[in-house]
Design a protein around this ligand. Structure first.
Ligand SMILES: [Mg+2]
Length: 230
């Protein structure tokens, strides 16, 4: 029998998104202030969030393109017109993300349990977090960034790409995530089982039927055995 595959969403499944995002933006601002002390104390995380939001409302683009344009606008508004500076700041921000992220406490013990049970682990994310740079990624056999596939979850393409990468069987596959559309409906549509991670303990909205629900990753390995009828 082929090894069971357990794939994970990243943001809000393995870590809380906003503390990671705010922390890495703060680090980018700190790097900028060191390079251009004249702007010290003048650019806030909130300002970066607002400008990123505005850019996304005005135009299409990859996450990195939108972020780059939002930095360019904020820098220009502070009389920083060096054309290389926005990309430099994007690099500083991306470099800070692996340093800033904090895995939920339940993640590493449960990944250990899954690996010990012989599961193949993978990640399927709509985000652009540089996951491969985390030590924990060494336990993962594949990482799919949906944006690079050209279609975001819940489209089938990122899930199918994961199947191609690891040669797993969707019938022996459990996808784990917090997104009811992106993760649960998306995985089920390609024949995978789907576990809803509901860390906030909110009621299940109508129209979704995850195969199981957990408040954290704790107990996932045993649940995978149940779901796959092992
Ligand atoms: Mg998520």
């Amino acid at each position: 029998m082929t090894a069971a595959v357990v794939s994970f969403d990243l943001d809000e499944t393995l870590w809380a998104f906003m503390p990671m995002m705010d922390g890495s933006l703060r680090a980018a601002i700190a790097a900028l202030e060191e390079r251009h002390p004249a702007v010290a104390g003048r650019i806030s995380v909130e300002r970066l969030h607002d400008e990123r939001q505005r850019v996304a409302e005005e135009r299409d683009g990859t996450y990195l393109e939108l972020r780059l344009e939002s930095f360019r606008r904020v820098l220009a508004a502070h009389d920083l017109h060096d054309p290389d500076l926005p990309a430099w700041m994007v690099d500083a921000w991306m470099a800070a993300r692996p340093e800033t992220v904090r895995l939920h406490d339940d993640v590493e013990p449960e990944l250990d349990a899954l690996v010990a049970s012989g599961r193949v682990l993978g990640a399927i994310t709509n985000g652009n977090f540089p996951f491969a740079e985390l030590a924990v990624a060494r336990r993962f056999a594949f990482i799919v960034h949906a944006e690079q596939i050209g279609e975001m979850k819940p489209a089938a393409a990122p899930f199918r790409h994961a199947v191609d990468l690891c040669g797993g069987d969707p019938a022996r596959w459990v996808h784990v995530g917090d997104g009811l559309d992106t993760d649960i409906a998306g995985a089920q549509a390609v024949g995978m089982k789907a576990v809803w991670i509901n860390r906030a303990g909110v009621p299940l909205p109508e129209g979704y039927s995850p195969d199981a629900e957990l408040p954290s990753l704790a107990g996932l390995d045993a649940l995978v055995s149940d779901l796959l009828g092992e």
